[in-house]
Design a protein around this ligand. Structure first.
Ligand code: UDP
Ligand code: MG
Length: 317
């Protein structure tokens, strides 16, 4: 029988943790009773620098519940960093690792199906949602557009699958050999290869609390970007470039009209338009290059992608 670990990133999730612990340990107990997984299987909560009682709760569950262990990050590293910290810790001695959000939006019963797929030989099992009823029309449409655009750019994503999946120990090791700082796990996982499979589930509303990705947080990220990573100004230059190209189109029409009325000195029209058009095109090109230079800037520093303050998963042994 194999050891399964369920990695759960948590950021200010005190409202949901009781229910999450109840449901996840119930699933683990069922799997243990069915003799599918070892009784040493674990839930690994990763506290991503929460400011509420999340860590206190995790600490308490560690004592009360034989399945629960916790990893406390030294500060908030974001969802992807927290996932990576959990996978790094758990994959050291687990045969398979499941990652799932703390808010119970993903159906915990799909874990049983994932385990069955793993037993049948799959090394990466994606949780794919088969409805988007709980999303707003805005989120549905932007998500669809996003997947289409990424496909157009040649990035292979599994549509409608987020960060709910099972990976074998070997798949985790391959995942961890990708060292990029700009983490986008759902883009990297398809690059692992190996035998993959999918299980379908219905995505629900958040059990309690609110989304930890509010607009405010995204805007804050943008501000952080300006001060520490300086990619946002490049994006602004790109916008300026497009604006200027737009002006040049307007000028083209304007000068053509003036020319047809015979109001201009010869050569003026072509000069006007080419100055603006070329200026705009150049700004766009520079900003695209700048985008990549910015990425290299953040990658080359090789800052740690997470730092662990406490780790009761490893301490336990
Ligand atoms: N999360 C995290 N660090 C963060 C933000 C979120 O670990 O900085 C966790 C959060 O606790 C949850 C998961 O990432 O378990 C997904 O977040 P959420 O449910 O708020 O996102 P949504 O489902 O609204 O996209
Ligand atoms: Mg959620």
């Amino acid at each position: 029988m194999f050891k399964l670990s369920i990695v759960v990133p948590c950021y200010n999730e005190e409202e949901v943790l009781h229910e999450t612990t109840k449901e996840l340990s119930q699933i683990l107990q069922e799997l243990v009773d069915d003799e599918k997984i070892a009784s040493t299987s674990k839930i690994v909560y990763v506290d991503d620098g929460s400011r509420d009682n999340t860590w206190k709760l995790i600490d308490q569950f560690t004592i009360d519940n034989k399945f629960v262990t916790g990893v406390k990050l030294s500060r908030n590293f974001g969802h992807q960093g927290a996932l990576l910290a959990g996978v790094t810790t758990a994959s050291k001695d687990s045969d398979a690792v499941v990652t799932i959000d703390a808010d119970l939006q993903d159906d915990v019963h799909a874990i049983t199906k994932m385990v069955d797929e793993y037993i049948k030989g799959a090394e990466v099992v994606y949780g794919v949602r088969n409805n988007r009823d709980t999303d707003t029309a805005f989120k549905r449409n932007t998500a669809e557009l996003f997947y289409k655009f990424m496909g157009f750019l040649g990035v292979n994503l599994i549509p409608d699958s987020a960060d709910f999946r099972l990976m074998s120990q070997r798949a985790c090791e391959i995942l961890l050999s990708y060292h990029e700082t700009n983490l986008f796990l759902r883009g990297i996982v398809p690059l692992i290869g190996l035998k993959t499979s999918k299980v379908y589930y219905a995505r629900k509303e958040r059990f309690a609390g609110e989304s930890k990705y509010p607009l405010r947080k995204m805007l804050k990220f943008a501000m952080d970007g300006i001060t520490s990573f300086s990619i946002v100004p490049i994006k602004m230059i790109m916008g300026l470039g497009f604006f200027i190209v737009f002006i040049s189109i307007f000028l083209l029409i304007y000068t053509l009209v003036q020319k047809s009325n015979g109001h201009v000195v010869s050569g003026w029209s072509s000069m006007m338009v080419s100055i603006w058009a070329l200026g705009g095109v150049q700004l766009i090109c520079i900003s695209v290059i700048g985008e990549y230079v910015g990425k290299i800037f953040s990658e080359v520093k090789q800052r740690p992608r997470f730092t662990i303050e406490r780790d009761t998963y490893t301490e336990e042994k």
